[in-house]
Design a protein around this ligand. Structure first.
Ligand code: TYD
Length: 212
């Protein structure tokens, strides 16, 4: 399953809380993130977030490269051995940030990411929805390259997440990120538990869409 949302929405806190809860139930949990879930990904993350200007099309491809390597080397093997994978951001971040934020076209960006991952989609995606003005006040440290992208960019990104969630309610759970942490965690756990068998069938890299 994946967590999505704007910066400062509390994704990492919720991802850790869910991982702790599932581990307490005896599940193997792989808690990971994009970009940067693998050693190669850490290098790509550094270039994407803390390097110089990156052309928007190159940005799409670098996030997709991070994702392809992440899925092939970490996510698929974990799902195949029955672990639960919790990823802090996945393909929907590219569709929202690059497709809508950068205005490159959601469908095209989605196709690139689906090609990169061999069609692997999460069984559950939780959107922690937050007004970007509020998100900004929650950030600590120097803003990274994406966090500096401007108010319009972040408003488009938020709208894109919400529209995407509305189109596919079977996969998405939208939560108001201003709710108390424990309340959010309870909603997330209930949804993940309801999705049944936490690690769903894994499509092979050459087949169509599947679940993570
Ligand atoms: P994140 O790890 O959530 O940042 P932080 O560690 O500061 O909480 O995400 C890094 C940034 O990368 C975030 O601004 C969103 C952006 N991003 C994209 O633009 N496209 C993508 O495909 C992904 C995965 C992230």
């Amino acid at each position: 399953m994946s967590f999505e949302g704007g910066d400062g929405a509390g994704k990492s806190t919720q991802a850790r809380a869910l991982a702790d809860r599932l581990r307490a139930l005896g599940r193997e949990v792989v808690l990971t993130r994009e970009p940067g879930g693998t050693p190669l990904g850490v290098e790509l993350r550094q270039a994407l977030l803390h390097g110089d200007h990156v052309d928007p099309r190159a940005e799409v491809l670098l996030y997709a490269a991070d994702r392809a390597h992440h899925v092939a080397s970490l996510v698929r093997p974990a799902l195949e051995r029955g672990a639960v994978v919790i990823t802090d951001r996945y393909l929907d971040s590219s569709v929202a940030y690059q497709g809508s934020g950068r205005d490159l076209g959601a469908d095209e960006v989605e196709r690139i990411s689906l090609w990169a991952t061999g069609g692997l989609l999460p069984a559950v995606t939780v959107l922690l929805d937050l007004d970007p003005d509020v998100g900004r006040t929650r950030l600590t440290g120097d803003p990274d390259r994406l966090e500096r992208a401007g108010d319009d960019f972040h408003r488009r990104t938020r709208a894109a997440f919400l529209a995407r969630a509305e189109q596919d309610p079977g996969r998405w759970l939208v939560l108001d990120a201003t709710l108390p942490v424990d309340e959010l965690a309870a909603h997330v756990f209930a949804r993940v538990a309801a999705a049944g068998g936490f690690a769903d069938a894994v499509p092979s890299a050459s087949s169509g869409a599947g679940a993570a």
